[in-house]
Design a protein around this ligand. Structure first.
Ligand SMILES: Nc1ncnc2c1ncn2[C@@H]1O[C@H](COP(=O)(O)OP(=O)(O)OP(=O)(O)O)[C@@H](O)[C@H]1O
Ligand SMILES: [Mg+2]
Length: 246
């Protein structure tokens, strides 16, 4: 079976000449169907770049990305947009909510744009589960940062995309809401077979995933299947020592 997200020797270099920065130094990895993977690593290690390249939002300098078995390098912008609309959802650090639309309208927007009919009961459930049940008619400007983040999470989950990328989705949330969101992500991978890739700095958040991959200086340096908060924290401590001494 083809993995929904495959990266082969993906390199990403920003800029040229002496100021060039190698954000990804040749990453190969397959995110398998129905798995929830956490991506961890120090600030600047290439986590967001990995997500952007994997999602076809940023073009690798070298290497190949396949999404749902389709090679992205062969696609023009229109075909790429179509592919993303059909199969991919995002939660990014900038939430990209539409200020003129209500919470519920924002949540169903990607489906509307893709010409699909939202499952209204599921949309309501997702909005409830992220704790915005009493806010559906509010606009983003009337919400706190954490609440806006929850709208972005609901929007990503409402369409049951085959692949979901989330960049620190629980970063601005209180513990209780964060746990609810992480449970929701885990359930979607387990029950609905969605492939979920989440960047996080938090070992507790990572412990909800099926697998953790650790990035250091643009390279995957280790993996932690069946992670616990303790095992993830220990691995991070080990990697930070490794980084200092090399
Ligand atoms: N558009 C860009 N132009 C130039 N350099 C960039 C650009 N985007 C990222 N970089 C550089 O690439 C490297 C990896 O950045 P990236 O954003 O992927 O890190 P990250 O692991 O997501 O960090 P953080 O945890 O702080 O979000 C960094 O050195 C960063 O400065
Ligand atoms: Mg980042």
């Amino acid at each position: 079976m083809t993995a929904p997200v495959q990266l082969a020797e993906v390199r990403k270099v920003y800029g040229t000449g002496p100021s060039a920065v190698t954000a990804l130094g040749g990453v190969s990895y397959s995110f398998t169907e129905g798995t929830f993977t956490a991506v961890m690593g120090p600030s600047g290690s290439g986590k967001s770049t990995l997500l952007h390249c994997a999602a076809g939002l940023d073009e690798p300098t070298a290497g190949e990305v396949h999404l749902t078995g389709i090679p992205l390098h062969g696609l023009n912008e229109t075909a790429l947009t179509e592919l993303r609309r059909e199969h991919v959802a995002f939660v990014f650090q900038a939430f990209n909510l539409m200020p003129a639309l209500t919470v519920r309208q924002n949540v169903v927007l990607p489906m509307t744009l893709a010409g699909r009919f939202p499952d209204q009961a599921w949309v309501s459930e997702v909005i409830q589960r992220v704790g915005l049940g009493d806010r559906t008619r509010h606009r983003p400007g009337e919400l706190s940062g954490g609440q806006q983040q929850r709208v972005a999470i609901a929007r990503a989950l409402a369409g049951r995309a085959a692949i979901t990328f989330a960049d620190e989705p629980t970063g601005a949330l209180d513990t209780q809401t964060a746990l609810e969101v992480l449970t929701l992500l885990r359930d979607q991978a387990r029950a609905a077979g969605q492939t979920i890739v989440m960047v996080t700095h938090d070992p507790v958040a990572a412990s909800y995933a099926d697998n953790v991959v650790f990035l250091v200086d643009g390279q995957i340096v280790s993996e932690s299947p069946a992670p616990t908060a303790e095992s993830v924290a220990a691995e991070l401590a080990k990697l930070s020592r490794l980084k200092v001494t090399t």
